[in-house]
Design a protein around this ligand. Structure first.
Ligand code: PEP
Length: 262
């Protein structure tokens, strides 16, 4: 049975003086059995979010939003995986905003993935097509290429043991208010597991949680979690709103309970 996961990507929002309060408010509003919750604040707020959650709700995981592909060196402004140990237990890798703004390639993202699992950080690998790629009907090829490129450097068993999660995030749905349909997300989730199986994961492909991300709200989360192949959500804008997170995690709890009962 796969975990049901709701991960909050705060992007470049909050400061260290307000992140702790927001994290504890969200934690208090989302205590739902069976749902793995993760909050990914900006780097500078990792410590305050970690400390606040440690005393208020240690069940909520803390994640970073990216990590560097090298262990150390002359990389001004960057953060290496070993630096995150003790601050975070999760890390988002390959978010489309980093692919777009920091020119991250699939090969580079693969190196980040490796650094994450070596440091004991559970990676959330983001994949997803742009609008022009979907309109051309190429979405499955794009995601297959992204997965093959990012996963090439490591053995499936290593990534599986590292707790890798995949987030299908169509670029055109991120921050636009235009979410994918549950059916399209489920189709891509099946494609992702087929690609993993083809890359040598075989039956283990079924064990990898696949999240949907892209304009998820408390109003549309049910559409995604109604799909058995979708195991939760990576939430951006709505994750800054405690009411939204309460609704999203409450719905995720229904899926978790149904899976336990099945
Ligand atoms: C994201 O940042 O991963 C995301 C899905 O953002 P939003 O929910 O705002 O579309």
């Amino acid at each position: 049975m796969r975990d049901v996961i709701v991960a909050a990507n705060w992007k470049m929002h909050t400061t260290p003086s307000d992140a702790g309060d927001l994290a504890s408010t969200i934690a208090a509003r989302t205590r739902v059995s069976g749902v793995t919750r993760v909050i990914c604040p900006p780097f500078v707020s990792l410590a305050v979010v970690r400390d606040t959650l440690a005393s208020s709700d240690p069940d909520v995981g803390v994640g970073a939003q990216t990590v560097h592909h090298e262990l150390q060196g002359a990389y001004t402004g960057e953060i290496a995986a070993p630096m995150l140990v003790g601050l975070a237990s999760w890390v988002i890798v390959g978010h489309s905003e980093r692919r777009r703004d920091a020119a991250e390639t699939d090969e580079l993202i693969g190196r980040k993935l490796g650094r994450a699992v070596d440091a004991g950080l559970r990676p959330i690998l983001c994949v997803g097509e742009r609008l022009d790629e979907r309109e051309a009907g190429n979405q499955a090829d794009v995601v297959e290429r992204q997965l093959a490129g990012a996963l090439a450097a490591r053995e499936p068993a290593e990534l599986l043991a590292g707790g890798m999660v995949i987030a299908y995030e169509p670029v055109w749905a991120i921050g636009t208010g235009r979410n994918a349909s549950g059916r399209d997300a489920a189709a891509m989730s099946a494609t992702i597991r087929d690609v993993l199986a083809g890359l040598g994961w075989k039956a283990a492909a079924d064990d990898v949680p696949v999240l949907y991300g892209g304009s998820v709200t408390s109003s549309n989360i049910a559409e995604f979690l109604a799909e058995p192949s979708i195991d939760g959500a990576l939430v951006g804008g709505a994750s800054l709103k405690p009411d939204e997170m309460a609704g999203i995690v409450a719905r995720a709890g229904l899926t978790a309970a149904a899976r336990t009962a099945a």
